[in-house]
Design a protein around this ligand. Sequence first.
Ligand SMILES: O=C(O)c1ccccc1NCC(=O)[C@H](O)[C@H](O)COP(=O)(O)O
Length: 275
Amino acid sequence: MARYKAVEIEQWRASTPLSKLAEQAKRAKPARDFIGALKAQSEARGGCPGLIAEVKKASPSRGLLCPDFDPVKIAQGYEAGGAACLSVLTDAKFFQGGFENLAAIRRAGVTCPLLCKEFIVEAYQIFKARAYGADAVLLIAAVLSNPDLEYLTKATRSLGMQCLIEVRVDAGSQVHDVPEMQRMLDLDLTGCMLGINNRDLRTFKVSLQNSADIMASVPGQEVQRRGLLVAGESGIFTHEDVQEARRAGCGAVLVGESLVRQGDVAQAVRTLLGE
Ligand SMILES: O=C(O)c1ccccc1NCC(=O)[C@H](O)[C@H](O)COP(=O)(O)O
């Protein structure tokens, strides 16, 4: 998926050069505090993880999740239900998403901070995310070396945005031989939070135990000691699953499928939050 991005970026660059995108990014309203919103929600709810609700039409593992997909309606429902932040899938080829969904959600007046959920391999995509109204971007440790992560986190900060850096237990996808969470400890994590994806990329199998295992590992404990916010991602369906993420040490959760499949997404958010 990440490899295909290089092809896509070349096509984008042919129609919109970086200089033009940078102008658009400069004109965008200032980015909102994504990490702060999650921490504030968790604090207000006695330590229950803050919710990032994902606007997701389809996925490689599950196919079409939401046949009557209306990104703005879903985003408004998530916000009404009490999500702290939203994640918007922008990848078109594998998730049937789009950058235009980010812009439409922002234009509709949704105030929750927005994460651009994209396979980012170049700074060009970060400028594009900002130009379309994103406040934070996803960076996936499995497909980026540490120098790439340093460069892309700096580019993100230069635009006033924040990063969610995702790690997995999926050893086959590691750029280096050391656990991804361990690699992250060498980075300047200013303006960053971490995410643990519970989905194994090779098999698509999901286990919430992955978050618990990584957080219990030596690098996981170090991350907690440093007070970094960690989100448990994927495979979260019930309030009990949210509590399991909390017990693992996650201060946030990122949830897509279980919410987007519901008719009333605002109620789905409330139920997930235990209201
Ligand atoms: O969702 C997939 O099938 C998928 C497959 C391969 C790589 C990434 C994938 N998903 C990206 C995500 O991180 C999830 O959309 C996100 O964590 C929400 O997961 P879920 O609540 O299980 O929809």
